[in-house]
Design a protein. Structure first.
Length: 242
């Protein structure tokens, strides 16, 4: 099905090119990274990036439970499965001006990194890949500028929390408070590949509703495989908290 997706969605009258990412939790942000890079290179002016995921199938739930990943009274460090879909429309500044539109949030940088220590629940976790991803996206900011908010796909699994802990130990000085993190999986459930685009929408909503803690936010997602993806976002001046 995933191989057929680009062909089915492509149309000379609407969408000229489609690319599918199947890397799990990080996939939505990987799509956003690719869209952002294509726009920055001048290849396209408009691009849609998104993610769709559902754990809510009987066979999937049984598989998760057998692997001790499903949160229950027995498995405290499991996660609550969810279902989600989210998309972001990205555009160049020129395209926005021509369409007389205003961006709800600006993507300053985005990147994806593979964990060289391997993949899966039994791999060694020292936070190097996530640290590299965040360090890379933060390079566009002056050293004295701090990130105001973090939003990520922490979902109750211990290895995700441990990885972020190692990362904070290395990069905590780049944040106003790296421990003050939005983790909407406690409300949404784990939404897999939809996590990244939903987090971007969450940051945009925080500006629109005036409860943003500052103009700059980092969003990141971690696949069960080796991928770690992150993006640095900035709210337009008109959307920031007063």
């Amino acid at each position: 099905m995933m191989r057929e997706l680009p062909r089915r969605l492509s149309s000379p009258r609407s969408i000229q090119r489609v690319e599918a990412f199947t890397q799990g939790h990080a996939a939505g942000l990987m799509a956003l990274e690719k869209a952002h890079a294509s726009i920055c290179r001048g290849e396209v002016e408009w691009c849609v990036a998104g993610g769709v995921e559902s754990w809510l199938e009987a066979e999937t739930l049984e598989w998760l439970d057998a692997r001790e990943q499903l949160k229950s009274s027995i498995h405290r460090w499991g996660f609550i499965p969810g279902e989600g879909a989210a998309f972001c429309l990205l555009a160049s500044g020129r395209a926005l001006r021509r369409a007389k539109l205003t961006a709800q949030v600006d993507v300053l940088s985005a990147t994806s990194v593979k964990d060289v220590h391997g993949a899966g629940l039994d791999s060694v976790c020292v936070g190097e890949a996530l640290t590299q991803a965040l360090r890379t996206i933060l390079q566009v900011l002056p050293p004295e500028v701090r990130v105001d908010q973090v939003a990520c796909d922490l979902n109750g699994q211990r290895h995700r929390t441990d990885e972020y802990g190692f990362t904070v130990a290395r990069l905590g000085a780049r944040f106003r408070d790296a421990t003050d993190v939005w983790t909407p999986a406690d409300c949404w459930g784990d939404v897999g590949a939809a996590s990244g685009p939903l987090l971007v929408n969450l940051v945009a909503a925080s500006g629109q509703r005036r409860w943003a803690k500052g103009p700059r936010a980092v969003v990141w997602a971690r696949s069960e495989g080796a991928e770690r993806s992150a993006a640095l976002l900035q709210l337009p001046a008109s959307e920031r908290q007063g």
